[in-house]
Write a protein that binds this ligand. Structure first.
Ligand SMILES: NC(=O)c1ccc[n+]([C@@H]2O[C@H](COP(=O)([O-])OP(=O)(O)OC[C@H]3O[C@@H](n4cnc5c(N)ncnc54)[C@H](O)[C@@H]3O)[C@@H](O)[C@H]2O)c1
Length: 226
């Protein structure tokens, strides 16, 4: 392992952090190799854990388990949920909770205040039958609600140009920890509903998409929007 005696581990982490979280992670073993004191290793671990994560649908079945895991890993977690099917008792007391609909115009205020690096988007109308009975309401939640989150997350991290938002890598907007290069939007789509009556089970991801319910179509639309 090459040693760089003129830079401390903390200084190297600070420099590397300017290039983005993932690169710092990739360099984790290298950094650990050159960290000269226990304090520096602790600093690196704490730096990773300063990352804020929003989980939509965090009071639901899957979301609440995800929240528990993230909190156990030491991350700061914020839950967005309107408790339509989710339960208050599912909420991890260590997570900050906003009872709000994902379609609300106030979502941007929450994003601006919390400045999450990562959004796990799980909130959804998940009932296939309901999506057939009331496709308008289902689409409003699953498509427009998702778009509201995506657009506001993009707005938080990317500069607005006259022709709209840009994903130009050169546009660096500072977040709490650094730049938009940390930012990740992770969407919980669906397996079965997107492929319809697939002939291969388990269905591989490259199987032709052929959703046969509004729910499946809504999830596929959001995949394409992303
Ligand atoms: N459960 C499964 O087998 C399965 C399979 C594939 C994909 N998924 C996806 O995983 C995600 C979570 O599924 P789940 O089984 O935990 O469902 P769930 O119904 O238990 O959780 C969904 C959560 O979203 C919240 N929610 C619904 N509409 C909302 C809105 N408009 N605004 C804010 N919050 C709202 C609900 O209150 C609930 O807490 C969903 O996106 C679902 O489509 C689930």
């Amino acid at each position: 392992m090459t040693r760089l005696p003129f830079l401390s581990g903390v200084e190297i982490i600070k420099i590397l952090s300017k290039f983005g979280y993932s690169k710092v992670r990739q360099s984790g073993y290298f950094i650990r190799g050159i960290c000269q004191s226990l304090e520096e290793v602790i600093f690196l671990r704490n730096w990773e854990k300063m990352i804020k994560i929003i989980v939509t649908g965090g009071a639901g079945f899957i979301g609440s388990h995800l929240v528990d895991r993230l909190i156990n890993e030491g991350y700061k977690v914020i839950v967005i949920d309107n408790l339509s099917t989710g339960k208050k008792e599912n909420l991890n007391p260590k997570a900050k909770f906003y009872k709000i609909d994902i379609r609300s115009p106030k979502i941007f205020e929450i994003f601006k205040k919390e400045k999450p690096e990562i959004v796990f988007h799980l909130a959804a109308q998940i009932d296939v039958r309901k999506s057939v009975e009331d496709p308008f309401e289902s689409a409003k939640i699953n498509i427009l609600g998702s778009l509201n989150l995506i657009e506001n997350f993009v707005k938080l991290y990317f500069a607005k140009k006259s022709h709209g938002f840009t994903t130009d890598k050169n546009v660096r907007i500072s977040s709490r920890e650094g730049s938009h290069e940390f930012a990740k939007f992770i969407f919980a789509s669906t397996g079965g509903a997107i492929y319809g009556d697939a002939k291969i089970i388990p269905t591989p991801e490259n199987y032709p998409e052929f959703p046969v319910s509004p729910y499946g179509i809504e999830k596929l639309i959001v995949e394409k929007l992303l």
